[in-house]
Design a protein around this ligand. Structure first.
Ligand SMILES: [Mg+2]
Length: 121
């Protein structure tokens, strides 16, 4: 699926009352929080642990691990929905935002400033 196709389809589910920047940004933050919340609760319950910055599930049952990973992927999808909304509210397609990001990263890599600080380095 192309990003713009996704954006077009996703935005057909956007209610009129949600077509604004505040809802888009706050919704994105909330969805990112849902990912962090799931991981925190799983760590608390001993379902998984953080090992060398990686999420490691405390089971060898692949089916169970896949279910947890799918839960996280669905939350990532929710983030994508809000990113699509943010992009549209700012007047961009998702593909334009993606291309702008790749262009920025390539430029930084070319100039050897991937590691550094500042939005406009
Ligand atoms: Mg969600």
């Amino acid at each position: 699926m192309k990003l713009n196709d996704y954006q077009e389809k996703a935005m057909t589910t956007c209610l009129a009352s949600c077509k604004n920047e505040v809802y888009a940004i706050n919704g994105l933050q909330a969805e990112v929080g849902e990912i962090a919340d799931k991981i925190a609760k799983w760590v608390r319950k001993g379902i998984c642990r953080i090992d060398n910055n990686h999420l490691v599930f405390n089971t060898s049952d692949e089916e169970v691990v896949n279910e947890y990973q799918e839960e996280l992927a669905k939350e990532v999808g929710d983030c994508l929905w809000f990113i699509a909304l943010c992009s549209r509210q700012l007047g961009y397609t998702l593909e334009e935002v993606a291309q702008m990001n790749i262009d920025k990263l390539r430029d930084r890599a070319t100039r050897n400033v991937i590691i550094g600080e500042g939005d406009n380095r």
